[in-house]
Design a protein around this ligand. Structure first.
Ligand SMILES: Cc1cc2nc3c(=O)[nH]c(=O)nc-3n(C[C@H](O)[C@H](O)[C@H](O)COP(=O)(O)O)c2cc1C
Ligand code: SF4
Length: 460
């Protein structure tokens, strides 16, 4: 089994250095490459010192939200309670497949990151919650954990330090929602993976009602490199004028692109150069039409927006989207945007846990309306209705799955409205297209804040 592509000269390899190197999977091979030096060093420090190095490095969570990892760790105090670390390896966001590669090529790096993270938050137990379909990474992780226990790296006397660190691998339940941190904890406890209302936050009452930290695979592995090499070393990767986004990040690239795959880039890399030079643009001489840069739940970008965007948290926000999980989905000029957005909506409707009516009903209605437009049966009010539903789905639910469905719909409608309009014009349910535009204007005159927002976002 070989890694799909040789590293591109413009990649900055830290986490991906040993992708494709089968020897790095074994305990002996991992140790020969400097493995477990981070855990050893951390176990010789006070947990709060480990927290501080990671805090100083500026590392932000790679699971999507970008919350600073060291700050999250600093919420955990030595209070005598049983603490837990959960490594979020559920990776179900469409377009995202980076954690899979970290786990399958460097499973000991994950075990090391979890053990080190657990120690840093005063926990003696770490769980790796892995997407159930990831059979090969699960086997790799289980073997790595077994070998680490066999070598005395894990256990009651971890690395001969007298400190206790246990790591367990847990197969996920096969639902996207189980990647949400509180749903993950419910699932780990053997219950249905429904998100919990916050507060209480996991740092106060998480897994088994004890103080808990949840971190993405990539965040934990990046933290091991920071502990070994120092915060300053990590900060060198990134834009000098942007201390808020440091280090490297793995980007998963898929869709209509010449060279798909995982790429590790320094924060701040120009997105246009990444798409066209590193990944080769759209295949067969076609043009890129749209890109979702951070996993399916972030706003869609046009090619012009991509050309000037920068690959870090602030750069993507400035371009009108988000860095998210780093799943880059590329669509070329053959793609029907109504069809693509309808597909995304169907995914979210299928994955909604149905606890919140705004999400349960909103994802279902969004899908129904988008599919009716896609099939040429839209009505004059459909675009208004879609935006009004999206408004009702945003910022009002237990978790952000509902918002994640609304976001690509709203941005898709804003940026590719002409494609929606073309389908409506041809629909037998629309007597005249002027009817649709009048509906928007009526809504605007109506003066309700929602109607005004709907009209504004339609460019009226
Ligand atoms: C619906 C939903 C699905 C999510 N799926 C994942 C996932 O698969 N992996 C992940 O790390 N974070 C996922 N997250 C984000 C987690 O809730 C959490 O923020 C993250 O694991 C924290 O780790 P980090 O601070 O290291 O980024 C998801 C969030 C939501 C709302
Ligand atoms: S927003 Fe959706 S997925 Fe999240 S808790 Fe509510 S119903 Fe469940």
């Amino acid at each position: 089994m070989g890694y799909p592509h040789a590293p591109h000269p413009r990649e900055t390899q830290v986490l991906s250095t040993y992708f494709g190197d089968a020897e790095a999977r074994t305990l002996a091979g991992w140790r020969a490459r400097g493995g477990y030096a981070a855990l050893e060093k951390a176990l010789g420090m006070e947990p709060v010192e480990v927290q501080n190095v990671v805090k100083d490095s500026g590392l932000r969570g790679r699971g999507g939200a970008g919350f600073p990892t060291g700050v999250k760790w600093s919420f955990m105090k030595p209070d005598g309670k049983q603490h837990y670390l959960c490594c979020n390896a559920d990776e179900s966001e469409p377009g995202t497949f980076k954690d899979r590669e970290i786990m399958r090529w460097t499973p000991h790096a994950v075990v090391e990151g979890v053990a080190m993270g657990a120690y840093a938050i005063y926990a003696t137990v770490g769980y790796i919650y892995v997407r159930g379909e990831y059979t090969e990474p699960i086997a790799q992780l289980e073997q790595a954990v077994k070998d680490a226990y066999g070598a005395g790296i894990l256990g009651e006397n971890a690395m001969g330090t007298g400190k206790t660190v246990h790591v367990h691998v847990h197969r996920g339940a096969g639902a996207y929602i189980c990647g949400e941190e509180t749903a993950l904890m419910n699932s780990l406890e053997g219950r249905r993976g429904n998100p919990r209302i916050k507060p209480p936050f996991p740092a106060v009452a998480g897994l088994f009602a004890q103080p808990t930290t949840i971190n993405n695979v990539e965040s934990l592995v990046a933290a091991t490199h920071i502990v070994v090499n120092g915060a300053e070393w990590y900060k060198q990767f990134g834009r000098p004028d942007n201390p808020k986004s440091t280090g490297t990040k793995l980007f998963s690239v898929c869709g209509n692109v010449t060279r798909p795959g995982n790429y590790e880039m320094a924060m701040g890399f120009p997105f246009g150069e990444f798409l066209w030079d590193v990944c080769g643009g759209a295949p067969n001489g076609r043009e890129i039409k749209a890109v979702i840069p951070g996993g399916s739940s972030v706003p869609i970008l046009t090619p012009d927006e991509c050309r000037t965007a920068v690959m870090d948290y602030e750069g993507m926000v400035a371009a009108g989207s988000m860095l998210g999980s780093g799943g880059v989905i590329v669509m070329d000029d053959r793609q029907d945007m109504v069809r693509q957005i309808a597909r995304l909506a169907r995914f979210y409707a299928h994955e909604s846990c149905a606890q919140c009516s705004q999400c349960r009903e909103g994802t279902a209605w969004t899908t129904k309306i988008l599919e009716r437009i896609r099939d040429g049966n839209g009505t004059a009010q459909d675009l208004d209705t879609l935006l009004a539903i999206a408004d009702g789905m945003t910022g009002k639910t237990i978790c952000v799955l509902s918002d994640s469905c609304a976001t690509p719909v709203v941005s898709g409608l804003k940026k590719f409205r002409h494609e929606f309009e073309a389908k409506l014009k041809a629909s037998p349910n629309v007597v005249s297209f002027a009817e649709a535009q009048q509906a928007s204007q009526r809504a605007q005159r109506g003066g309700s804040s929602m109607a005004a927002r709907v009209a504004a976002s339609m460019g009226q």
